[in-house]
Design a binder for this molecule. Sequence first.
Ligand code: BGC
Length: 754
Amino acid sequence: MSATPMNQPVKGYKNPNLPVNERIEDLIGKMTLEEKVGQMNQFVGVEHIKTNSAVMTADELKNNTANAFYPGFTEKDIEKWTKDGKIGSFLHVLTLEEANYLQRLAMESRLQIPIIFGIDAIHGNANAPDNTVYPTNIGLACSFDTTMAYTIARQTAKEMRAMNMHWTFNPNVEVARDPRWGRVGETFGEDPYLVTLMGVQSVKGYQGELNGKEDVLACIKHFVGGSQPINGTNGAPTDISERTLREVFFPPFEAGVDAGAMSLMTAHNELNGIPCHSNEWLMTDVLRGEWDFKGFVVSDWMDIEHIHDLHATAENLKEAFYQSIEAGMDMHMHGIHWNEYVCELVREGRIPESRIDESVRRILDIKFRLGLFENPYADPNETMNIRLCPEHRNTALEAARNGIVLLKNEGGLLPLSKNQYKKILVTGINADDMNILGDWSAPQKRENYTTVLDGLKQTAPEIAFDFVDQGWDPRNMDPAKVEEAANKAKDADLNIVVAGEYMMRFRWADRTCGEDTDRSDIDLVGLQNELIEKVAASGKPTLLVLINGRPLGVEWAAENLPAIIEAWEPGMYGGQAISEVIFGDVNPSAKLAVTIPRSVGQTQMIYNHKPSMYFHPYVVKPSTPLYPFGFGLSYTTFGYENLTLDKKQIKPDESLTVSVNVTNTGKREGTEIVQLYIRDKFSCVTRPVKELKDFARVTLQPGESKMIEFTITPDKLSFYDKKMNKIVEKGDFEVMIGSSSDDQDLQKEIFTVI
Ligand code: BGC
């Protein structure tokens, strides 16, 4: 199918042989103001509206915008607006059929400008059914495997294009610094360096050359600071110094821009008193002025509206639109008033049409580059050859295996020998539920995911697994079921409790973790602790497996159980991967990309804190984390020797090489994630006690050694001085290499910048 009938000559902007710039200029010259402003507006799809109207009351339909309903505006209106060329983009379109349908309507419009479809493809295009579901970003980050991040993004791009989706609202490159916040799972954790590398590879994987039929537009989000909300809740105010912004929160965004990310989403929150959606400093001075961003900025859900109705820095909606555009906004997610008010603002002379043209050029640029004018549709006959194909499924399985963190393994309980245990009790809310897919996932067909119970049965068919179902809902666990598990534990040889959080979006109000699902504690919800304690009271070895999108302070389990596995949100093959780890078919290798605090009272608990953080430690309870950043066990052991620097002194513009010998000192093959941290010993402004500056994944046979080399370049030593200039300061630096951020796991050496 083509946008231009065969018998019509292809000319002007429709001519694919013209340079994109010429096509844009030709098209923009033909567009009315209404059509331009329409390109800057996004809507939710008609099916989304229909689904909501089926479940909402008449009153809710009239007043509620949270579920994306446009009061007084029907799906017929949406269809008409599309045909009239007044809508540039849709989101929450979940099927190929609907995407093609809406695109056909756009092809009936005067200028036939194709729609760009955006979707939250956060870990695969999981928000739509029948796609490969990879682990969420936090698990991916724990693998420290940046190549995997690239591969997943690449495969996701192909699956998206196969269903006519062109733009993912990922990667989320926020640096997560609060475990109460429900969105930790969609981030790459707490370390700016790791987040940066993961984000960059994701951007590259999604976008490819940003010109083919297999490429999609990436969106780095949310700019900025929402991952350190003052009370832990999503969208709450953030108050962050410019120093911390530049040291911690900006680097992944700047690197994303450098990697070619061509869209960026602003954050729900206000930053130091100014809503991010009307923040000129962020959107214009920093993003375009300092970083030379050439793509377009999209608002987040109803957040331009919130400049008026929540932050109250605009007296009405029209003023909110004005402030946002003036600050640098290019596209509005989502709603019906935009077109009318923005056109008025231009006609009144408050916004010059040239400003509108700037945004429209940026949006059209992407549509041309992605080839949407030539290929506005996806082929329904081809789609399932790409989605869920064996190659993508293998990647999902491999990524799940590599993202599972073994937190505790006392007495070498794991891996379980298949001969030793005849009867195993399996219980817990996450033992047999599709919640294993994680946040940002629609329900998937039963055959498209494995639960832990499925995985155990598959991996060890010779063992009898006794399953006590605790339901999926942590808030409504049945005490009788807890008792039943406690009793059955006495007859079992070993117990596996699969606990954690509940993330499935289709039961939005019942979730305990995920977007808009923040908590005032980080304990296990409901009767889960009671279940663990009662099962463990059987005296039989008890293994805890956690499925969750935020750190959980499982202090009792850490002190009393022999083994704990943190699986995060491992995706469609999560159950299989976890079982392979339990029985030793897979040797775990992942390391924590985020600190696990003991309790919420320890917030903010991060490994790269400032020196005075624990000068006066907490009384009564410890000031140490439950598990530190970078920590994770293996079924083998690794030794570190001969930390060597090629120079003890360097000039500020010089690099040095540091090497270390890593040996597999255990009995089986294993992968170690070798971590390099740096501390500036004395500096003109306070600096973190350590910062991750490099890492390597190395696979070693038993007894095998490898020399791992890292180059410390000036940018790894630089920081912002008192006047916010980036410098490398003279003096001593400590370089630390080892298996986690914990001092006792690190070898240390000093070098001097002279
Ligand atoms: C989230 C964004 C997301 C958007 C569209 C918002 O509520 O904050 O991350 O991309 O919804 O689904």
